[in-house]
Design a protein around this ligand. Sequence first.
Ligand code: PLP
Length: 372
Amino acid sequence: MMRTQSPPEAMRAKAAPAEIVPHNRLTLGPQEAAAASAAVASGQWAAGPRVAELEQALAARARVAHGVAVANGSAALLLAMRAVGVTRGTDVLVPAYSCPAIANAVLALGARPVPVGVRPSDWNIDPRDAVRRRTSRTSAIVAVHTFGAPAAINDLRSLGVPVVEDCSHAFGLDLEQGTLGGLGDAAVLSLYATKLLAAGEGGVVLTDRAEVAESVREARDYRDRPAGAERCNAMMTDIEAALGLVQLARLDDMLACRECAAARYDEWLVPLAEAGVLRLPPLGEHRVWYRYVVELTSHEADRVVEAMNVCGVRCAQPVSPWSRREEPHCPHARRALRRLLSLPLYPTLRADEQRRVVTALEETLSTEPMDA
Ligand SMILES: *Cc1c(COP(=O)(O)O)cnc(C)c1O
């Protein structure tokens, strides 16, 4: 039997005149342009006063003593893990469902990333599974506040192993247990262009431990230092720091816009949730809305991404797998890889664009699921 052609002609014609709703959009205003331009005009392009100012401002926001800026989130992860004691031949507990950059950094240190199951309630590392995976070889745990929902850092700390908090999706929020970015032995942040706080590229290590900050500071730069296998050039530029400073000043406004947009999805997606075709993300009181991610109950996310594309709406599978093995003890992570769908969410997303996202999703999910 012949399959229905994809994309259907009618849909393509309908979507053609409308603008595409992108999955991400930079929050870019005259302030960013002016700050970058001033940094360029100052003649201080490499790390200088703006990097130092950003380090202090981020540390203050997380209520920790030290901030060290580096070239990107991957370098922040690598240098933070090494600083808290990850060495060759040890194991690092990593959420089975998480950004591959984390496992890459563990492997670069000659350590082994050990996948830990995630909780289906918020897709964060499950502290109970972390207890089961922990051995005498475990040198650290990395926890991500996945999509903006806070991970259980305090529970993980009770395992007695250094915890690195990955705040790329959620940062600076004050919670009962403390401030995101100040809960672990060290926190890392990516300032990649589409992250919560954007600077193009960039990363930061935040910590209360002076020796951890010093280790990262020492390793990120090779100038005027003896040669060493561990040394690298992972400096942030002052142009990037200028962008980061503007974005940090706008963070609360940007978070409020994200929250508003998430509340609209929460309301408009109720019929689909009640029809049982998707599960809404964990509620928004004590979280950051970095991504709005729904769990599809009968459709595969890759097919839905394709179908939405035809309607001019760009969605994404938010995380790609980092382990080639099927991890039998991580069933929720496996399901997340197949079933989680990230909808457009950013401070400049308009209500009419969200309406198009919801309509396209309704159309897509009203069709029979296709075989994978
Ligand atoms: C983006 C990201 C990283 C990697 O950061 P880069 O700046 O791209 O190297 C690490 N962890 C999480 C959770 C991320 O979202």
